[in-house]
Every structure is written in C-alpha cells, then in structure tokens.
Design a protein around this ligand. Structure first.
Ligand code: NAP
Ligand code: PAF
Length: 304
C-alpha cells in the first residue's frame, strides 16, 4: 500500500517504521516544510533502527491508499483541512488519537473515516523514540464509507500487532475516554505518576461514577464497578508512567483536555447530567494551560 502518515511524533514514527518493515511505500507529513523525515527507534527488545523517508510530497499523497493521522486531537482538523483536497476521495483516513470530538469537526469530509484507540506506548527521548510497551489498537468505521475497510485491521496487525476491528468502535472509544478522564487530569492535579493515584482512591471513585452515568446516557452498557476495575487495571499496569497530559503540562505544551474531559462535559450537558468533579478537574487543567499559554507567546498552540 501507499501510506502517508500525518504527524511524525512518537506514535507516527512507530507506525512509519512498522509499516516500512512490512514493505509498504510510506511518506511522513510534517508541520514544517521538509522533504525528508527520520524515524529513529529503540524497540522493546532493545534493537535500534533508523529510517529516512520522503516527507510532504503532494504527488505521493494524491496516490495514497491510506492517510494515517497520528496527531494530538487538537491538531487534527486544522492539519487535515489543508490536505484532504489532495487525498483521493476513495482513500480512508484513520484517526489515531486520545480523546473524542474530532469527528464532529470533520463531518463534511467525503472520505471513508475510521477512528482508532491504542494502548501501544512510545515516548520521545531527544530525537529518538523508545517503544515502551506493546498494546492493542482498536479501530472501526465512523461513517458509512468507512464500513468496508475491515481488511485494514489485518494489514496493520501484520505490521504492529495487536490490531482489532470493531463494526462499532464507539464502545472501545468510550472505554478509553473513561480511562483518560480519570488518569490524565488527576495525575496533572496531583503532579504524580499513574501508580500514585492509589493515594486518591475517593477522587478516582467519584470521577468514574460521573463518567459511568454519562456513558449509560450515551447508550453504552457499563457500571461504575466494572469501569473502576478496568481503570485500576490500567493504573496498576503503568505505575511509573507519567501520563501524556502531565508530560504536556510539564513541557508547557497544549494538552488534550478539551477532547477528553471537555468532550465528557459536552455530552453530559447534552443529557442534562451534572458532573461537578469532572468540571472541577477540567477547570484546574485549563487554568494551568492558560497560564503558560498567556505568558509564553512562543508556545505551540491550536490554530483553530
Ligand atoms: P506527538 O509525539 O506530539 O506527535 C504529534 C506530531 O505531530 C508531532 O511530531 C508534531 O510536530 C506533529 N504535528 C503537529 N501539528 C502538525 C501538522 N499540522 N502537520 C503535521 N504534523 C504536525 O504525539 P504522540 O505521542 O505521537 O500522540 C499522538 C496521539 O496519540 C495523541 O492523541 C496521544 O494522546 C495518542 N497516544 C499516544 C501514545 C504514545 O505512546 N505516544 C499512546 C496512546 C495514544 P511538532 O512536535 O513539531 O509540533
Ligand atoms: O494518556 C496516557 O498517558 C495513556 O493513555 C494512559 C492510559 C492514561 C496511561 O498513562
């Protein structure tokens, strides 16, 4: 396949390398006008690899069979708007990011649209990338045109297992959203790794209960107990991990809070449900983010 990967950060480089190793033709799409991009990775087995690929070639994009989008949620719609007129209308766009709400910004797109969530973990270390943990990538269609692309899960699975196809991806997306609503902002507020949330059990319980109510109103069968069991499993599997939101706050980068807790608040409001604990967390993270974005005009920020 011809594949363009939009956003060549941690997750993007992981997929570029894995798909290249499977013999696919690839290019990266960068924010900066460069003709090449690098993916330097240390794998879980400690093996290092370095590949250099073409970047930002509109001709390659016009012949792409897949646009894989590995941007932060707030970067997605702005970046896509500039590219979708070049991508063939038959080529699927797969959005792979934490949080929800980007699909509502992309309803006018004619392309097959897919959404995925992943528990793969990679982090940047200078100009290198470290693949920290294997995980599962769940993906599925978000519009009618996307329904015919289940074979894509097999192609991606061969490159970076495990990948699972869901005819209804929304349940998996909400489960991931629930995990992110609890772990991400709480680790920011307490400035702690995931495992230290064991010191804040009451908060974890309250936030999860509110999320479970909204999920039920959205039509997803869940209970606060089953959600809590799953969230504690994630915490206990990643005790030393510094959540992506806390990493963003520490580096004074724009966070994904608007697409995580912000999306939950939107849906709660639509159902007339009160979620005061989540509202407080949202306000706390926004206050920190606004503080450094106000005083640091050079900080990366959303452009829509
Ligand atoms: P990341 O390392 O920040 O990668 C995003 C990349 O996109 C950066 O290289 C950024 O470049 C680039 N970019 C920004 N705007 C762009 C534009 N308009 N055009 C082209 N490139 C652009 O983030 P990530 O860790 O890969 O995460 C991507 C998504 O996956 C997030 O939603 C994250 O929560 C989710 N996720 C990540 C992991 C993980 O292990 N990393 C695991 C699960 C889920 P600049 O830095 O130069 O702006
Ligand atoms: O955003 C993150 O860091 C991860 O999605 C998770 C699961 C919360 C683990 O830290």
């Amino acid at each position: 396949m011809n594949i363009t990967v939009l956003g060549c950060g941690a997750l993007g480089q992981l997929w570029l390398t894995a798909l290249k190793n499977q013999g696919h033709a690839l290019q990266g799409w960068l924010r900066v006008p460069q003709t090449h991009c690098d993916a330097k990775i240390t794998g879980i087995d400690g093996r290092r690899s370095h590949i250099t690929l073409t970047a930002n070639d509109p001709d390659f994009l016009a012949q792409s069979d897949l646009l894989l989008v590995t941007l932060k949620a707030w970067q997605v719609s702005g970046a896509l708007r500039a590219l979708t007129y070049i991508l063939p209308e038959s080529a699927p766009i797969l959005l792979l990011h934490n949080g929800m709400g980007t699909l509502q910004e992309l309803t006018a797109l004619p392309h097959p649209l897919l959404y995925g969530v992943t528990t793969q973990a990679a982090r940047r270390n200078g100009d290198e990338l470290i693949h920290i943990a294997r995980g599962v990538t769940h993906l599925g269609p978000c519009n009618e045109a996307g329904r015919g692309f289940s074979q894509l899960a097999d192609t991606l699975h061969r490159a970076l297992p495990d990948v699972a196809w869901h005819n209804d991806i929304h349940a998996a997306a909400w489960l991931k959203l629930a995990v992110n609503c609890v772990i991400n902002p709480l680790t920011v507020v307490y400035d702690c790794p995931n495992g230290s949330l064991h010191n804040h059990i009451e908060k974890v319980n309250k936030i999860t209960q509110e999320v479970a109510i909204v999920m039920l109103r959205e039509g997803y069968h869940t209970t606060p107990e089953s959600l809590l069991t799953y969230i504690w499993q994630v915490i206990d599997n990643t005790p030393e991990h510094v959540s992506s939101m806390l990493q963003d706050i520490r580096l004074r980068r724009h966070t994904e809070i608007d697409y995580i807790t912000g999306y939950l608040l939107q849906r709660a409001c639509a159902h007339g449900v009160d979620v005061p604990e989540n509202r407080r967390l949202y306000d706390a993270v926004k206050q920190m983010e606004n503080h450094y974005e106000r005083i640091g005009p050079d900080m990366p920020r959303p452009w829509h």
